[in-house]
Design a protein around this ligand. Structure first.
Ligand code: BGC
Length: 754
C-alpha cells in the first residue's frame, strides 16, 4: 500500500471515517482506494470471534480457552507464554483476525478487582515479562496484539468515569512500567487505551500518556485504539494521539472531526498522523496474512500442559500428594464435574470442549463423587451436604474442588469481600472434621481468605485453568506432572490487610492511590505484616538447594550491566522445575523504597539429583527508582543487596554490590532550607560551616550544663532543623542581614551547579 499517496487522495470525510470502526469488530474500508477493512477480536487467552450475522450478536465461534492471565503468570515461564501466543496467532490467521485484543498488563492493586483474572501480577516486572512473551508469540504468526488497558484500569467500579489520582513516581514505578517494558521489548502492533481518567484526564484524550510518554519517550510506533466506548472527546483524542475509536460511533464522532478541521480547531497534520497509523496497521495486517490450520484437539492438549505448569501447590502436609492410584479416593464438589475455568466478560470463550477432573481421573483410577454444594446461590443444600459427608467418611482421601462461582468475579464489577461462598466453607469444615486427609483444589480468578487452611492437608491453587483444566489437575494430583507454579501475587490473610483497602474503589469517581508504590509484597514486607501466602511462593514434590552465587563485579558503575549466577540442585527423588527469583534491595536509600523488588527470574527444569547454573543480567534500571525532580530513573550510589530465593520470603543466597554513580540530583537551597541539609553537602559546609559550627557551640554553651546530655542532643537536633532564615537571629552583627544571607545561599547554589 502506498500510504503517502493514499493520504493525498483521501477526502477529509474519508480520513475522518478511518478513525473509527465500521462495526463492533472491524476497521472501515474505502473501496474507491482499495483500502480493505481488517478484523480485531478478543482475547486474550483464546479467540472470541463473534459469528457474523448470527441471530444472537454475541455468539462466538467455538474456540480453545487457555488458562487466564492470573494463572499464566504463576508459571513464570516466558517460553510457555510464547507457545500459547503462537497458538493464538495461528487461530487468528485461520479465522482472518488481524489483531487479538490483549494481553492485559494492569497491575493488581487490590485482590478484589473483578478483572484480576485477566491480569498477570501485582509486580510490574513479572507482568511485563509475561506480556512480552505473550505478544512475541502471537506476533510471530503475523497477527497483532493490543496491549491493554493503558493505563491504570485497576478497578471495574465506575471504570468508564473514575479518576485515578496517582503521583508520578507511583505511576512510573508501578502502573506504567509493565507497559513500558512490553512496548520497548515486544513492540505490540497496537495499544488499547483504558476507560478511566488519570489525574483528571481520560486516557482516550490524554496527550501526556498517549504521545509524550508512549511515543516520545518509549518510541511506540504502532496504533492506539480506544477501549470499547472509551472515547470522551474525539477531537481531543486525535490531538492526544488516539488513532482509532472502537467500536463504530455511527459517523457521529467522524462528523465532529470534519467540523473541527473545517473550523481550524484541528489541523490536517494532526488528523493525518492518526490516519497514517490506521493505514499502516491495515497494510501490515494484509501483508502478514497467511494460511494456517487450526488444530483444536492439539491445542486442547497444549492447554492441558500449560494449565499444569500454572497451578500452585500451596500446602502439602505429610506429603499427602501425589495421590496413589490405589488409594480409596473421592472427589467432592461441583467444580470437579463442572470446573470454573474462565472469567466473565469480553474474554469469555465459547470452548469447543471442556475436560473436568471427574472425566480426566478415569485415566488414573476410579473415584467416588459427590456434588457437595450448588453454585447458583450461596445456600447449603442439606441433601448434597449429607451425601458428601457420607462419601468422605467412606474414603481414605478426599479431594474437595471449591472456589469462586461465576457470579463472584467478573469484568464489570469488583468483589466487595474476599470470602468463598459460605456453603463451600461449611462443606470443607464439616468434611475436615470427619476425614483428616483432605486436599482442596481451588478454582478462582484471584485470592480468597482461607479460614480452613489449618484443617486441611494440601491445597492446590489452580486459578482459572482453561478448558483442559480437569486433565491438568489430575496430572498434578497423581504426580504425572510435578507442580512448579509460584504465586504471582500475595494472598493476604484478610482483605483489610491490603494496602489499597481504605481507598478502593474510591468515593464516587475519585480514586486516591494513597498507598503509593507500596502495592502487594512491597507493602506487606515494609509493614512486616504476616500474609497467608507470600508473593513467589509455591511448593513442589521435590526439593531444591541453592548455592555458589557469583556476581560479575562487586563494584559497578550505574551504566554497567551485572551478571549474577547461582547453582540450583534438585535434591529430591523426582524430576521437577524450580522458579528462581532475584530481588534487589537498596540498602541505603535517601528516598523511601520497598524492602526489595523482583528484578529477575528463571524457571529451570532439573532431573532428580541434577544441578544447573542459572544466570541473570541486571542493568541500570534494575537498581533505579523514579525521581520526579529530574523526570527520570535514578540510581543512587551506595550498597545494594542482590537476593536470590525460592519466594519473596525464602531468600537463600545474597551478595552485596556497590554502585558508583557521579550523577547527582540537582539541589537548590533557599531561605527555608535547613541547617542540617546545608551542612550535609560539601558546598554548604564550605560557605556556612564556620558560622554554623560557631552558633551550634554557642547555643550548646548557653543552654548550660543544667540541661543534661540528652538535652544537648535535643538542641543539636533542633538546630539542624532550623531554616537558614533562623540563623539571622543568632548573629548580632548588623551587617549579617537578609541580603548577606541571600548572597551566601547564592554562592552555595553556584558552587553546586558548578
Ligand atoms: C473491554 C476490553 C475488550 C473490549 C472488546 C471492553 O469492554 O474492556 O478488554 O477488549 O471490551 O470486547
Amino acid at each position: 500500500m502506498n500510504i503517502e499517496k493514499i493520504l493525498k487522495e483521501l477526502t477529509l470525510e474519508e480520513k475522518a471515517s478511518l478513525c473509527s470502526g465500521s462495526d463492533f469488530w472491524h476497521t472501515k474500508s474505502v473501496d474507491r482506494l482499495e483500502i480493505p477493512r481488517i478484523m480485531v477480536s478478543d482475547g486474550p487467552h483464546g479467540l472470541r470471534k463473534n459469528i457474523e450475522n448470527a441471530q444472537n450478536p454475541n455468539e462466538a465461534i467455538k474456540a480453545v480457552c487457555f488458562p487466564t492471565a492470573s494463572a499464566l503468570a504463576c508459571s513464570f515461564d516466558r517460553k510457555l507464554l510464547e507457545t500459547m501466543g503462537k497458538a493464538l496467532g495461528e487461530e487468528c490467521q485461520a479465522e482472518n483476525v488481524s489483531v487479538i485484543l490483549g494481553p492485559g498488563c494492569n497491575i493488581k492493586r487490590s485482590p478484589v478487582c473483578g478483572r484480576n483474572f485477566e491480569y498477570f501480577s501485582e509486580d510490574p516486572y513479572l507482568a511485563s515479562e509475561m506480556a512480552c512473551a505473550h505478544i512475541k508469540g502471537v506476533q510471530s504468526k503475523g497477527v497483532g496484539t493490543s496491549l491493554k488497558h493503558f493505563a491504570c484500569n485497576n478497578q471495574e467500579t465506575r471504570r468508564l468515569t473514575c479518576d485515578e489520582k496517582i503521583d508520578e513516581r507511583t505511576l512510573r514505578e508501578i502502573y506504567l512500567s509493565a507497559f513500558e517494558a512490553a512496548v520497548k521489548k515486544a513492540k505490540p502492533w497496537t495499544i488499547m487505551c483504558s476507560y478511566n481518567r488519570i489525574n483528571g484526564v481520560h486516557s482516550s484524550q490524554n496527550k501526556w500518556l498517549l504521545t509524550d510518554v508512549l511515543r516520545d519517550e518509549w518510541d511506540f510506533k504502532g496504533l492506539v485504539m480506544s477501549d470499547w466506548g472509551a472515547v470522551d472527546d474525539r477531537v481531543e483524542g486525535i490531538k492526544a494521539g488516539l488513532d482509532l475509536e472502537m467500536p463504530a460511533s455511527f459517523g457521529k464522532n467522524d462528523k465532529l472531526i470534519v467540523e473541527a478541521v473545517n473550523k481550524g480547531e484541528l489541523s490536517t497534520e494532526e488528523l493525518d498522523k492518526c490516519v497514517r497509523r490506521v493505514l499502516e496497521l491495515v497494510d501490515r495486517a494484509e501483508e502478514s496474512r497467511s494460511d494456517a490450520v487450526w488444530d483444536k484437539e492439539k491445542q486442547h492438549e497444549l492447554a492441558r500442559k500449560i494449565s499444569a505448569q500454572c497451578s500452585v501447590l500451596l500446602k502439602n502436609e505429610d506429603d499427602i500428594l501425589p495421590l496413589d492410584k490405589n488409594d480409596k479416593i473421592c472427589f467432592i464438589g461441583y467444580f470437579a464435574q463442572k470446573p470454573r475455568y474462565q472469567g466473565g466478560g469480553s474474554s469469555h470463550i465459547n470452548s469447543f470442549k471442556v475436560t473436568s477432573a471427574l472425566e480426566a481421573v478415569k485415566e488414573y483410577c476410579e473415584v467416588e463423587y459427590a456434588q457437595g454444594y450448588i453454585t447458583d446461590e450461596d445456600k447449603t443444600d442439606e441433601k448434597l451436604l449429607k451425601e458428601a459427608l457420607e462419601c468422605a467418611a467412606r474414603n481414605d482421601k478426599v479431594v474437595i474442588f471449591a472456589g469462586l462461582p461465576d457470579a463472584f468475579e467478573s469484568e464489570g464489577y469488583d468483589r466487595t469481600h474476599m470470602r468463598m461462598p459460605e456453603c463451600q466453607l461449611e462443606l470443607i469444615e464439616k468434611i475436615s472434621e470427619i476425614n483428616k486427609n483432605v486436599v482442596v483444589v481451588l478454582h478462582n480468578g484471584s485470592p480468597v481468605e482461607m479460614p480452613f487452611i489449618n484443617n486441611i492437608k494440601a491445597l492446590l491453587e489452580v486459578y482459572l485453568g482453561g478448558q483442559a483444566v480437569g486433565g491438568a489437575v489430575c496430572d498434578l494430583l497423581f504426580g504425572k506432572v510435578n507442580p512448579s507454579g509460584k504465586l504471582a501475587e500475595t494472598f493476604p490473610v484478610k482483605l483489610s490487610d491490603n494496602p489499597s483497602y481504605l481507598n478502593f474503589p474510591g468515593t464516587g469517581d475519585d480514586v486516591q492511590y494513597r498507598e503509593g508504590i507500596f502495592v502487594g509484597y512491597r507493602y506487606y514486607e515494609k509493614k512486616e505484616m504476616p500474609v497467608l501466602f507470600p508473593f513467589g511462593f509455591g511448593k513442589s514434590y521435590t526439593t531444591f538447594e541453592y548455592g555458589n552465587m557469583t556476581v560479575s563485579s562487586e563494584e559497578i558503575n550505574e551504566n554497567k550491566t551485572l551478571t549474577v549466577t547461582c547453582e540450583i540442585t534438585n535434591t529430591g527423588k523426582r524430576d521437577g522445575m524450580e522458579i528462581v527469583q532475584l530481588y534487589i534491595r537498596d540498602k541505603e536509600s535517601s528516598v523511601i523504597r520497598p524492602i526489595k523488588e523482583l528484578k529477575g527470574f528463571e524457571k529451570v527444569a532439573l532431573k532428580a539429583g541434577e544441578t544447573k547454573k542459572v544466570a541473570f543480567h541486571l542493568e541500570k534500571r534494575s537498581f533505579a527508582y523514579y525521581e520526579p525532580s529530574i523526570s527520570d530513573w535514578f540510581v543512587e550510589y551506595g550498597e545494594f543487596e542482590i537476593l536470590i530465593g525460592a519466594s519473596s520470603q525464602d531468600i537463600r543466597l545474597s551478595k552485596s554490590v556497590y554502585v558508583n554513580s557521579d550523577v547527582k540530583l540537582p539541589m537548590y537551597f533557599d531561605f527555608n532550607s535547613t541547617v542540617g541539609d546545608v551542612m550535609a553537602c560539601d558546598e554548604g559546609r564550605k560557605v556556612f560551616g564556620d558560622l554554623i559550627n560557631k552558633f551550634c557551640n554557642t547555643m550548646l554553651c548557653s543552654n548550660g550544663d543544667g540541661l543534661g546530655e540528652s538535652s544537648q542532643d535535643m538542641a543539636v537536633s533542633m538546630f539542624k532543623d532550623t531554616p537558614l532564615r533562623g540563623i539571622l537571629g543568632y548573629d548580632e552583627r548588623p551587617e549579617f542581614d537578609r541580603k548577606m544571607l541571600d548572597e551566601m545561599i547564592d554562592t552555595v547554589n553556584k558552587l553546586m551547579e558548578g
